[in-house]
Design a protein around this ligand. Sequence first.
Ligand code: F6P
Length: 748
Amino acid sequence: MRLSLRFIIPLLIVLEVIAYAVVPLVDRLMTQWSIKDLDLRSKAIASAAATSLFDGTNNYSVPKARMQNILNRLMEDERLYALGFCNDKNALTYRTDKLPGEVSCQDSVTQESEFKSETLELSKGPLHVSYYPLKGSGGVMVGEMILVHDMSFVRTRSASTKQYIMYFFIFMGAIIAMITVIVAQLSWRGWLSGTRALLRGEGLLRPLAPGSAPELRPIAQDLRKLIRDLETERRFRDDSQSDWTPRTLKELLHKELAGDEVIVVANREPYLHVREGHRIEVQTPASGVVTALEPIMRACSGVWIAHGSGSADREVVDTHDHIQIPPDHPRYTLRRLWLTETEENGYYYGFSNEGLWPLCHIAHVRPIFRSSDWEAYQKVNEKFARAVVEEAKTKDPVILIQDYHFALLPRLLRQRLPKATIIMFWHIPWPNPEAFGICPWTKEILAGLLGSSILGFHTRFHCNNFLDTVERFLECRIDREHSTVSFRGERTTVNRYPISIEFPGRLQRQAKSVEDARKAIRTRYDLPPDHLLGIGVDRFDYTKGIAEKFLAVERLLELHPEWVGHFTFLQIAAPSRIRIDQYQHFQLEVRELRDRINQQFRTGTYEPIILQMSHHEPADVLEHYRAADLCFVGSLHDGMNLVAKEFVAARDDEQGVLILSQFTGASRDLPEALIVNPYYTDECAAALHDALTMPAAEQRDRMRNMRGILHDFNTYRWAGRMLIDAARVRARNRFLDRVAMYDLLSSS
Ligand code: F6P
């Protein structure tokens, strides 16, 4: 509207000026035309009168009464004001009453005299006075007739004409203004939608649609360049930043997302409070999410919203269910959310871990989908959405949502906090469309996830699987080159962000030396000082390949009996999801397998497999890593697997060998590990043997390279890359907001 007014007001002024210039011109023309008209009328009247008056001689001898009679009849013409008659001596012989004194016979009327007229401005108004020569036979002048017309009608006509002209210009102005506004609105809307399309990336890759505003083409080019520059700058920033520390991340957060708050949503809390008799103990759960995110929250502050699942969790929170953590040195807030047993069973054990977990992992466990679980899942996602809104201090927080427990949360939050930057990270694999299609609520899950601004996976392969699934099940637009999905008018960037760990690790500084750790652990498990030790650290989960690792140990001892009595594989298996039947069966199966193998190779106190089915705190796990000669990660399928990275991070002595399943995301990041197929027992046994016999120099080379990778790609960089992308999305959204504001202003 403002734009239109800017155009219309000058237009109206111009029209006004034109109108004022045109009016006098038209006025003059009107007057001239009226005078001509009066001249013709006068001639016609005079000529008709002359015929009645003229007697055929060259003398006018009309009786006075008749003359008066004729003049009176002529005077019936309403425009005729007065009449006069002059004889050939220029004497006014007859006249009507109103003939003004200022009008008299002409002095020099001759045979050549012609009709004449003039305008007299008298006090009573303008008068048109015409003189008509009366000629007898042979053209002899016999007299002159004076006709006086009242010209006030010309004034009236002129005034009306002026009025009509003004009306005409006003009407024209209105029509032009209206057309201008309509055209301006249409083209502004076209421009706006074109610009929006450009900002969404449409038209940047392809030429703009035919019919779209041609003036947008240069803008499209500029935007294309701008986006390329931003991309290059982003890549450059990401690549050039070799040291990713808590400080880098903090600075990035404040510079790129100035003063913005971070809210993390994860099912698992970073610290659990557990009642042990009269004491309350703090536990750090075995969780990749916690390992990766906790250092980020320490760096950035903010709020972590999680299910309060520790037995003493409720006892330590404040009235808002908040507690400041880490307990020893508080840096951020943990908001605990309480779930009923029914909710926990349906949402966590049921839909998340009996449904989505086996669905996404190729581990040959049949997923179970119950309607009641799905209902609980929806309800709990809603519950978390409400908690996020309660915790948000601004309209546009950065929300980091973790994992498959919250597939519906991005959309729920998009509805409640439309300006929020929602980063969803899917920590587990994403299968192909056929596999994912098994879920009865595939479409709802996809639509939920596409509420996020950024959706992250560990590998490109999982991103592609996701895009294929979306393509198969939803009506949307997928841009493969930029890896984006436009759905219901919103755009989600689907990207690969391989997760990592804190490097160098915080605990490392207080850790025992490798030598001391070796001694301590061997003493703890009653092993001789030079005993070779392999370590496995997992949640007790059927996807982790624990049974496959035991089978590989068995095969090693069969193929290389020289290791019997000299090598032990120690598996730490943190109890996990124990209410689920599958997990109970799996634990039983693994225990039986351990017993069978141990029985087979037992000599004296020696047993080749130690299974530790208990929770171990991070510092304790670190000590195990440092004491081991090899670490075996045998996942049958894993999004990333941070145990592999933790082992490498723990080995600042550059010794120790990592055996890594090819089915983990980590195998792409750590190619210097001995990569194995956990289903192929002989290959795994050979890898164990290679690891146990690998020269120290080779161990050092491999370990050094892997540590280099961790140095460059630690968890701060993982989060940093997402935040840089989030900042880009926010900048783009802010720009779109401004465009929308113009839109609003112009239509108001
Ligand atoms: O691997 C998926 C995951 O959510 C991890 O992110 C986390 O380490 C693990 O599962 C934790 O499982 P839970 O919270 O069920 O014990």
